[in-house]
Design a protein around this ligand. Structure first.
Ligand code: DCM
Ligand code: DCM
Ligand code: DCM
Ligand code: ZN
Ligand code: ZN
Length: 285
């Protein structure tokens, strides 16, 4: 996602933090980030192009080597070698954010990475290798020439915010929070966090076993990040790749159909970020 999507994920999460998680978030982020996951959510994108953090640029996505729209899948042994992807990163920073042997700065960094990567894993094109996650597919958005990845990161969100939310990310996030608490998302919210163990390791598929790709890994893969990635990746086959009939993605039925998908993914990942931190700091989602 672009900045607005990430900020919205962080602002949604802030409304669902349990006491110990909220206390850690506020003291760790401090005044620099207005004690908010909404403000801190974009840090990882700001540093990834800097020399000191270039190693982190590959952690924002997983290149799932599937074939949308015919076949969608995320196979960690195939798509995340050496843990050098968003799934390995979430596993790494999940351990580090609660590691009391680390410095406050290191734990803050882990929190900022989790804040960001739980957002990106909900963007269907951050869990897709085809056309470099859509970056190589040229399309139009509201008259401008751009690419499919960018349309999902920010093009459609920019239009949605102007059209429906007075161009305010906090208004958008508060609307999503209300939908989770008492509106159209209420019935699904519990299922969104039904996978919430921060320690349960991935159940490797038979497909992976027979492929002979199993090998010991420094970071133990976690079940839930894989579940979230597989869910986002399925959207590549069910909707994202059905763009070919539209001459302008942001001024057509493609936009109308994408809006509920984008809003659900942002709300869901914000709710999941809170639940993840709640399990880590309060022992329950
Ligand atoms: N680093 C890493 N892999 C991660 C996260 C952080 O390598 N998933 C850090 C560890 C090193 C720095 O990046 O301090 C540079 O790594 P390397 O020396 O392996 O290039
Ligand atoms: N780092 C990380 N994950 C690790 C190890 C290191 O993100 N598993 C980060 C923390 C620092 C940088 O890499 O930003 C350098 O860490 P170190 O000095 O521990 O190599
Ligand atoms: N990206 C991705 N998958 C890739 C490569 C890039 O999801 N295989 C994302 C990261 C950025 C956007 O695409 O959000 C643009 O990437 P870059 O700035 O590296 O061109
Ligand atoms: Zn992106
Ligand atoms: Zn990112």
């Amino acid at each position: 996602w672009g900045a607005i999507g990430h900020e919205a994920v962080g602002y949604v999460a802030m409304q669902f933090l349990a006491p110990n998680a909220l206390s850690f978030v506020k003291s760790s982020l401090g005044a620099t980030y207005d004690e908010s996951l909404g403000v801190a959510a974009t840090w990882a994108d700001e540093v990834k192009s800097q020399a000191a953090y270039r190693w982190s640029s590959s952690l924002h996505f997983i290149d799932a080597e599937d074939s949308p729209p015919i076949s969608c899948s995320v196979v960690e042994s195939r798509d995340c070698q050496n843990n050098n992807c968003i799934l390995g990163a979430i596993a790494n920073y999940t351990v580090r954010v609660v590691d009391t042997s680390l410095s406050a700065a290191q734990r803050q960094e882990a929190l900022k990475f989790l804040d960001h990567f739980l957002g990106d894993v909900g963007q269907p094109l951050h869990v897709e290798a085809a056309a470099v996650g859509g970056n190589d597919i040229d399309v139009k958005c509201s008259g401008s020439s751009t690419n499919l990845h960018s349309v999902w990161d920010s093009g459609m969100i920019n239009k949605l915010l102007i059209s429906n939310y007075g161009n305010s990310v906090t208004t958008w996030a508060n609307t999503l929070v209300t939908r989770i608490q008492s509106g159209t998302y209420k019935a699904s919210a519990a299922s969104w966090i039904s996978c919430s163990s921060t320690t349960t390791t991935e159940t490797r598929s038979i497909e992976e076993d027979i492929s002979g790709l199993l090998k010991p890994r420094a970071i133990t893969p976690l079940a839930c990040p894989h579940v979230w990635a597989a869910e986002s990746n399925a959207l590549d086959c069910s909707y994202v790749w059905d763009y070919t009939q539209f001459s302008d993605l942001c001024s057509s039925d493609y936009f109308t159909g994408a809006v509920p998908i984008i809003e659900t993914q942002i709300a869901k990942q914000g709710y999941r970020l809170a639940a993840w931190l709640n399990v880590l700091f309060d022992g329950t989602a």
